[in-house]
Ligand binder design. Structure first.
Ligand code: ZN
Length: 527
């Protein structure tokens, strides 16, 4: 056995021993919401960071990178290089950042908006924003929820400055730039894609926005110029409001978990065991968002949800199970370090590809049995709504991506103004108030410099969709029927199996036959 492979074997073994307990601790903490459980998770993360701060190992990685010609070894060393590099800064500073981040995250996870002495869960707020017609009441709920921004603003700003301090100490301009490079991306390539999308979506989104304003002006009995952020039926207008006349929740009043299970079975991707291991329903104190986690990269994959039988949770469940089938189908002969998604946006694309089905008329016919008359009645509206959904999310992502980049470039600037300027530019909502509303978005604290990955995921999902339709299912690209085991096979062979064996751009080129291309998303949603 060579020196390199011996070193890598040891690394794989040791890193697995660090990561698995931290994953388990995170799972436990997000279920209980208890401070001591979050503390356990935090200690696990800090332990891993200490491990990667080892300077001798970092030198060995650099040396071996030059030495080896074996592709699998080289790939592991490249990944290790980034892991070690990310922890080469002052370990005290890194710990401080982790602690501060965890503190803020816990505040987020346990925050409940308070309206007139009554505590509201996120699910309750979503309901009110969708159904309430009284502008004053909407404003009250919206403002109550935004209080979490004020609650964390001071800590969050400190955290951002600490992150920048770390990045600068390691020779990067700021944390935004550093994060991208450590995840094998560059600001240049992402800005280029975002600009292409901005230009391609502007016209269609403006049309939609006018249509929306028309609807809301009537619904709320206010002039179009008087529409405010709380009128758009979502705390951040990140999800499109429904402006066409159909009620999807009505269709999804049955057991959505059962529907998801059957759907995946028909694609040849069994999720029964995954659901059995998962935490699926609301519990007081529990994390209110959804996620999917791969505990050991050897088959223990779970999802975290607070399921209700409605369209939102249908989409979310299809989404999280998309991650789950990706995580569950790796080439297990690969070393632990490579049994990860090619890139976070690649697994995101799988989740999105499947999540989109909750608004796919073919899916609805097949899995919830809506009748032909209903199909005819809602078909066109549904297609429009889907486009609106995607574009609304795209514009919102533009806000996040561009805001965060500017935030890290200069955290001293007037961030409240910057935030609402971005909202105006991309989401076309003309509003301003001097409050830290930007700080109420959990991603800025807990998933920094991440949002662009949703967009890249969407682009790749559209690219995969067209390939699947062309090569396997036939039908039109807007409402394909994936219920075919060949679809599962296709994804296993092209994506799941390879894990992190190749860099994301290489994987896409090699297995999809061309570069990551926004044109498929544009064709599907911007025209
Ligand atoms: Zn996801």
């Amino acid at each position: 056995m060579s020196e390199v492979s011996e070193f890598l074997d040891r690394q794989n073994e040791e890193i697995k021993k660090l990561v698995v307990p931290a994953q388990l601790a995170y799972w436990k903490a997000t279920i209980s919401g208890k401070k001591e459980d979050y503390g356990e998770y935090e200690r696990g993360v800090i332990k891993a960071q200490k491990y990667f701060s080892n300077k001798d190992n970092f030198e060995i990685v650099k040396k071996f990178l030059k030495l080896t010609s074996n592709e699998i070894e080289k790939r592991q060393l490249e990944l290790l290089y980034n892991d070690y590099l990310s922890c080469q800064g002052d370990i005290k500073l890194i710990e401080e950042i982790t602690k501060k981040g965890a503190e803020i995250e816990q505040k987020f996870n346990t925050f409940r908006a308070n309206v007139n002495g009554k505590e509201l869960t996120d699910n309750e707020i979503k309901d009110i924003l969708k159904t309430e017609k009284d502008s004053n009441k909407l404003k009250e709920v919206w403002e109550a929820s935004k209080k979490q921004g004020e609650l964390v603003e001071k800590d969050l700003l400190e955290l951002i400055k600490l992150r920048n301090k770390l990045a600068k100490s390691m020779g990067f301009d700021n944390y935004h730039i550093m994060s991208l490079e450590l995840s094998e991306q560059t600001n240049g390539e992402i800005e280029k894609i975002f600009l292409e999308l901005e230009n391609a979506s502007e016209k269609k989104f403006t049309e939609f926005k006018d249509e929306m304003d028309e609807v809301f002006s009537k619904r709320y009995g206010v002039d179009k110029s008087e529409l405010k952020p709380w009128h758009y039926q979502d705390l951040f207008f990140q999800q499109a409001p429904q402006i066409y006349d159909f009620d999807l929740d009505k269709f999804y009043s049955g057991d959505i978990l059962k529907i998801a299970e059957t759907f995946y079975k028909n694609i040849g991707l069994d999720v029964t065991k995954i659901l059995e291991r998962s935490s699926l329903y609301e519990i007081p104190g529990k994390y209110q968002h959804a996620y999917c986690i791969d505990m050991d990269r050897s088959g223990d994959v779970r999802i975290m949800e607070s399921v209700k039988n409605n369209e939102h949770w249908m989409e979310t469940t299809l989404h999280e199970l998309g991650h789950a089938v990706d995580f569950s189908n790796r080439d297990n002969t690969m070393p632990y370090l490579l049994r990860l998604e090619a890139h976070t946006f690649v697994t995101e694309s799988i989740a999105l590809l499947f999540g989109r089905n909750s608004k796919n008329i073919t899916f609805m016919k097949k899995y919830i049995g809506i009748d032909e008359k209903e199909v005819e009645r809602i078909k066109d509206a549904l297609k429009q709504q889907k486009k609106l959904d995607e574009l609304a999310f795209l514009e919102w992502s533009q806000v996040m991506f561009n805001f965060e980049r500017e935030l890290y470039r200069n955290p001293e600037q007037d961030l409240n103004k910057l935030w609402w300027d971005m909202v105006k530019k991309y989401q076309k909502i003309n509003f301003y108030r001097d409050k830290p509303d930007w700080a109420s978005k959990i991603h800025i604290a807990s998933y920094p410099v991440y949002y662009h990955n949703y967009v890249l995921g969407k682009i790749l999902a559209s690219q995969l969709n067209q390939l699947i339709v062309k090569e396997i299912t036939g039908g039109d690209i807007f409402s394909p029927d994936y219920s075919n085991p060949k679809v599962g096979d296709f994804l296993k062979k092209k994506i799941f199996f390879h894990g992190k064996r190749y860099r994301w751009d290489e994987l896409i080129r090699k297995y999809l036959g061309e570069e990551l291309a926004p044109k498929y998303f544009i064709e599907e949603f911007c025209e």
